[in-house]
Every structure is written in C-alpha cells, then in structure tokens.
Ligand binder design. Structure first.
Ligand code: PMV
Length: 325
C-alpha cells in the first residue's frame, strides 16, 4: 500500500540541545516549539513484496547517508508492522535542507506518518511522535498540532511531543530570512553529543526548569514582549553552548550577525520583532500578525537576505491523497 504525509518543520522557543541517550535520542531537557506552516516536507512511501531493495529519492537526489538514515527508520516501522517488504520512498522539501531550518524534523515526521500508514499501522499521535523521535529528536514535535512540548522522559515510551496550543491560539508569525543555502558542516546529531563538553551546559540545565515555566506563563498570557525576549535569550544561549563546546561549533555568519543587529535596532525604533536561531546561518524573525508588513518591507531592503519564508503556527503531520509517484 502507498501513503503520503506532509509534515511541518518547527521552530523551538526552548531548544533541545544535548542528549542523555544518543541511540534512543532521549533529550537532556524538555523543549517547546511551534510548527511552521511554510516549511514543509512531503513524503510518499510504498511497501511492496516485489521490490528488491529500498529505493529512496530525497529532493530529486540519491544520497547515501540520508538513504541509510531512512532505511534504519523504515526498519523500525517494518519491525512494528511485522513485514519484510522493501519500500519506495520519494520525499521533497519546499525549502533548503541541512541549512539549520530543521528539515530533519519535517522529514522524519513525514516519513514516520507515511510509512506507518503505508503498512496499515494505526498509531496514536503519541506513538507516532515517539517513533519520529527515534529518527530525529525534534521530529517528535512536528507530529502534534500547533505549539508543542517535547516531554523529555526517562524511557523511550515517555519521551514524546504533545500539543500545548492549537495553531489558531495566537497570531504570531515566523518570517524566516534565508541568508545562504549552503549546507552546514557539522550535523546536529553530532552537535548534541558535544553539548555536555561546554562548561556552561550544566548551568543551562539548572536554569531551564524556571525558563520553561516562564515561557509557558508568557504563552498563556500572550505576552509577546516577554515571550520574544525569552526566545531571543534562549537562541543566544544555544549558541553560547555550541561556541564553548569542545570542539567549538560555529554556525553564525557575518550576515547572521548583521541581521541580529538590525532586529535590535528595529526594536529600538518601536517594531516588536525578535530573532531566533538554530544550527545554521538563517534567522527566524518573530513578530505579531499586525507587524508582518512592516517587517517584510524592512527585510526586503537587506541585500544579504536571499529569500524569506512566511510561517504561521500550523498543524502537525497529516496524511494527504496526492502521492509523489
Ligand atoms: O532534532 P535535531 O537533532 O535536528 O536537533 C535540533 C536542534 C535545534 O534545532 C538546534 C534545537 C531544536 O530544539 O529544534
């Protein structure tokens, strides 16, 4: 049987950085994110006893390391469904992959839902989220809807994403400013393993429970100003940990810093806009719906920004009928 799923990438307000179990991808801390309506992966999977091997095409290309990761994930699904059939997988992003826009979150969430449906596994959101997590940690937050929390858990069965708020809860916007589509050198899976080498990692762990409490309060009060300041501080903290890891991880580029300085200036001039960053050079610009036009106009005047993608909070992964093959 064949099935197709569409999954959003997500932007973490509280970041997942560091693992207590790299194989099961059990994170060092809870994280909270919003699903992004404009950054999507679509994946079609077909299992068929007549296929001789897994045939995996991602963004029109065959890539050995990505295919191996997909096959490992298909094996998890095959084991659950108790089937041996090989699969054909075609997957497409509508945005550049491996540049820090969390294509592995949307990719693994879409792969999980499509392959589970393709072998008639009827799984709850929680089970799908757990499975997606095994493929890529942050993918577990792209399964449920809207603003989601990944409950770190202590075992595989209690580490999953759940929905805190539906997509229409708050009209906030994430305008992604793409600076370069060049792929990052160090994949995040490797970065998570280095996090604890930072002398500041444990300090972060100690402070996180209160930070998470604060973020939840600002979300519940829809206090955009406090929310934005916290999200920005969290993005900088992620980079502080990465910069002080051994070896040091450096993802920022001059253009990234330029944009951060612009955001700080725009705010001084009265525009309520905040930035966030992941493991890449591109910048997430957060504002409220009422300020989108002003923000877009300002960003359009910066030649270093190659492209922007507008995102609203969105649903998580869903099955669709239009297959890619
Ligand atoms: O799920 P991974 O291994 O791609 O890691 C995601 C890491 C960050 O994007 C930096 C933070 C996060 O929580 O999304």
């Amino acid at each position: 049987m064949k099935a197709t799923a569409v999954a959003p990438s997500n932007l973490a307000f509280i970041k997942y950085w560091g693992v207590i179990d790299p194989v099961l991808r059990l994170p060092a801390n809870n994280s909270i994110s919003m699903n992004l309506s404009g950054l999507l992966t679509t994946t079609t999977v077909e299992f068929n006893d007549s296929f001789n091997e897994d045939d995996i095409l991602i963004n029109g290309e065959y890539n050995k390391s990505e295919s191996d990761r997909v096959t490992i994930h298909l094996n998890r699904i095959r084991a659950l469904a108790k089937i041996g059939a090989k699969a054909r997988v075609v997957s497409k992003n509508n945005f550049p992959a491996s540049t820090g826009l969390s294509s592995s979150a949307s990719g693994l969430a879409a792969l999980t839902a499509a392959s589970a449906a393709a072998c008639s596994l009827n799984l709850s959101i929680r089970r799908l989220s757990i499975l997606a997590r095994l493929g890529s940690g942050s993918a577990c937050r792209s399964v449920p809807d809207g603003v989601t929390e990944w409950v770190a858990g202590k075992t595989s069965d209690d580490s999953y994403g759940l929905s805190l708020y539906p997509p229409d809860y708050w009209n906030i916007v994430d305008l992604v400013a793409i600076i370069s589509s060049e792929k990052k050198e160090i994949p995040t899976t490797q970065g998570h393993g280095l996090a604890s080498t930072s002398p500041f990692f444990q300090v972060r762990q100690n402070l996180l429970p209160n930070k998470i409490k604060d973020l939840k309060k600002y979300l519940s009060e829809k206090d955009f100003n406090k929310f934005g300041h916290l999200v920005e501080a969290e993005a900088l903290e992620l980079h502080a940990i990465m910069l002080t890891s051994n070896p040091s991880l450096f993802y920022l580029r001059p253009e990234t810093v330029l944009l951060i300085r612009k955001v700080q200036n725009w705010r001084k001039e009265g525009l309520e806009v905040f930035f966030s960053l992941n493991t890449g050079q591109d910048v997430h610009l957060l504002c409220q719906e009422k300020d989108v036009k002003s923000l877009k106009d300002l960003v359009a005047r910066i030649p270093q920004v190659k492209k922007t993608i507008l995102n609203y909070p969105s649903n998580g992964v869903r099955l669709v009928d239009n297959h890619l093959f």
